[in-house]
Design a protein around this ligand. Structure first.
Ligand code: AMP
Ligand code: MG
Length: 648
């Protein structure tokens, strides 16, 4: 049955998220239902304890060092023997017939008037109370030394227990084991420590549409992204992820999987199906899994509103939103604190920086909103570009350096505001070269050698006009653009202002795409193909968004006609090809490389100029020079032409 049109769905739709909690209230309820709790501990050899929290204090059972030892190479002496020694009064000590190397237990005493040769780390012999450095002595025919300075008692001696005393607490419970802690344990002879057992966290993805990476994608299916993300984030935050796979939206099957997963672990994290509609069953299953059940369903977070938090007989059970970015944010913001606490780990210490917002960011009132940003170096400090492509986008995560938070009570963050950016990694690495504007797969080919040379290149896809605006504000080095000026019938040049310089890029052949073999198009010119499409009422087109250069070309060919599909206006060349390949449309306009990559038929129409607006003030920067060299190189030309572009 169609879940969306079922009466059940319509009925329950009304009761969706009646009680939306603030982020803080939801987290507080979740934590109150979980803590305090006992933490299971296990004994682990040092090498297997890294990153875990100590469950017990580590107490030294020996002194470190275990004996008084020499800190230098020299001679063990009695300080009293040398009390009168000076440059004017050299004193002579007879050498004992023993050399105390590291690991040698001394067998002879140092009697008055004698000294024993000792190496750094050697145990001090009986009778000696100081060490004279070899540099401060003169050998006398191998049997004695001459000394011209006094020795203070204890000089160059490390006393037993001076580093760590027997009985001392060397590491406290709750501390996290790292290489330094391992060193402390090893010095005390401790080979095993008692640590908090990693919480085992079962992960289940839900949805009929999910396929595991590595398997072929069937029609209308997508790869399960959340399974991998959530498992990785659990492992990064002190848990041990156990992936139970993707389960279809079937109540019985899902319940069986959830029960088995919960039984085998300390926590259960699901993703997808968090709405309260009829097709979304996980939250109803949770109510049967244990007490107290759901503590929050619906949180004033964006992305992440449908988050569901529950505790079932002491174990946390969570349903993350389905969209990967939403799943990721809610996991980090709401689940990581709890997971770390269960693992005995301290809260995450995320690095933060302050950066300026170049454009206004609108935000929904009443929900704390997270916005991913890419950082670039501006004239006076860091600039944070919002890089979200909508909650369904995963690339925004990979390309972002961090995120900022817009308060629930704010409806926007104004352009020019200084914002605190939480970094995804401990350090900002500001890119060497910043390219903001229209994206083209050809660009990846040109910047490849820069990346090989160790330069960090950041490309931010905001479209031609957005790139031009960023270039005018001096926020990037280059803005790739393909803007057609109808008045002059030229590309790009007329859009430049003072301070910007046009660097010719390459040409992209635009044309009509159709499924190879479609007799309505095969062998025709672009004009004839469009006439043929218009003549068939069953023929559906796919358009492009207003403002796209491609759209101008389509409108010209259509000359005012509005065939079926005209209002389908995707924002990318690839979406046009996908619509035609998947038979949602019969024709559209895209660039040749994209049509060919999708295995579609293609009729050339017009060449689009993809050029670069260079911020002239930045022309001498080494990374800009490297880019211009790469652009002009034979290697780029060859790569671009292989990919179907025409280098100018
Ligand atoms: P849902 O909450 O189940 O309605 O899912 C919302 C959106 O997220 C839908 O577009 C799902 O296809 C998508 N989605 C759900 N789970 C996953 C997943 N594990 N990986 C990638 N996308 C997902
Ligand atoms: Mg789903």
């Amino acid at each position: 049955m169609d879940k969306l049109s079922s009466p059940n769905r319509a009925g329950t739709g009304q009761e969706q998220f009646l009680t939306i909690l603030s982020r803080d209230d939801a987290l507080a309820r979740f934590e109150a239902a979980l803590f305090p709790r006992a933490m299971a501990s296990v004994r682990r050899p040092l090498s297997a304890a890294i990153g875990l929290a100590l469950a017990q204090d580590v107490v030294a059972s020996i002194d470190v060092p275990p004996f008084d030892r020499s800190n230098v190479d020299g001679f063990a002496v009695r300080s009293a023997d040398l009390a009168a020694a000076s440059e004017a009064v050299p004193l002579r000590l007879v050498l004992n017939e023993e050399v105390i190397a590291c690991g040698t237990a001394p067998s002879r005493s140092v009697l008055p008037g004698t000294a024993t040769t000792i190496a750094t780390g050697g145990p001090l012999p009986r009778g000696a109370d100081a060490v004279m450095m070899v540099e401060h002595t003169q050998p006398i025919d191998g049997r004695a030394i001459e000394v011209r300075r006094a020795a203070a008692p204890g000089q160059f001696v490390a006393y037993a227990g001076s580093d760590i005393a027997r009985g001392e607490v060397v590491l406290r419970a709750g501390g996290v084991v790292g290489s330094r802690e391992v060193g402390m344990c090893a010095a005390c002879g401790v080979a095993e420590v008692s640590v908090v057992r990693k919480p085992r966290v079962s992960v289940i993805s839900t949805g009929d549409e999910l396929v595991q990476p590595g398997e072929p994608l069937r029609p209308a299916a997508i790869y399960d992204t959340n399974g991998a993300i959530v498992c990785a984030a659990i492992d990064e935050n002190g848990g041990e992820a156990v992936f139970a796979g993707a389960i279809a939206d079937d109540e019985a099957e899902l319940e069986a999987a959830m029960r088995a997963a919960l039984m085998a672990s300390d926590m259960l994290v699901l993703s997808g199906g968090t709405s309260k509609g009829a097709g979304d069953v996980s939250h109803r299953i949770i109510e049967r899994l244990g007490k107290p059940g759901i503590v929050a369903h619906g949180v004033a977070l964006k992305p992440g509103k449908p988050l569901c938090l529950a505790v079932c007989d002491g174990k946390p059970v969570v349903i993350l939103p389905g969209f990967p970015t939403s799943a990721m944010f809610t996991f980090h913001d709401m689940i990581v604190p709890v997971l770390r606490r269960m693992a005995g780990l301290p809260p995450r210490a995320d690095a933060k920086v302050t950066a300026k917002i170049p454009v206004r960011i609108a935000s929904e009132l009443g929900r704390a909103e997270f916005v991913m940003v890419s950082l670039v170096e501006g004239a006076d400090g860091l600039i944070a570009y919002p890089s979200g492509k909508g909650s369904g986008a995963i690339t925004s995560f990979a390309q972002a350096d961090g995120f900022l938070k817009i308060d629930a009570l704010a409806d926007q963050m104004p352009s020019g505001a200084q914002a605190e950016v939480t970094l995804f990694t401990p350090h900002v690495r500001v890119p060497d070269l910043v390219i903001v504007g229209s994206h083209c797969t050809g660009l990846d080919l040109v910047i490849a050698p820069l990346a090989e040379a160790g330069l960090l290149v950041r490309t931010i896809a905001v479209g031609s006009l957005g790139g031009l605006a960023a270039a005018k504000r001096g926020e990037c080095d280059l803005a790739p653009i393909h803007l057609f000026d109808e008045a002059s019938e030229t590309y790009n040049m007329s859009f430049l202002v003072e301070g910007l310089e046009l660097i010719p890029g390459w040409r992209r052949m635009q044309g009509i795409v159709f499924r190879a073999g479609d007799a309505r198009f095969e062998g025709l010119s672009a004009q004839a193909a469009v006439q043929s499409a218009l003549a068939d009422p069953a023929c559906i087109m796919v358009n492009r968004n207003q403002g796209a250069g491609t759209r101008i070309l389509i409108d010209r060919l259509l000359a005012g006609a509005r065939p079926d599909g005209y209002w389908n206006q995707p924002r990318s060349h690839n979406a046009v090809a996908a619509a035609v390949a998947q038979r949602r449309a019969d024709w559209g306009m895209t660039i040749a490389p994209v049509a060919h990559a999708a295995g579609l038929g293609f009729i050339s129409f017009a060449e689009e100029h993809y050029d670069f607006a260079l911020v002239a003030a930045r022309k001498q920067r080494p990374a800009v020079r490297a880019f211009l060299d790469a652009l002009a190189s034979d290697r780029s030309r060859a790569a671009l032409e292989r990919a179907g572009f025409n280098k100018v």
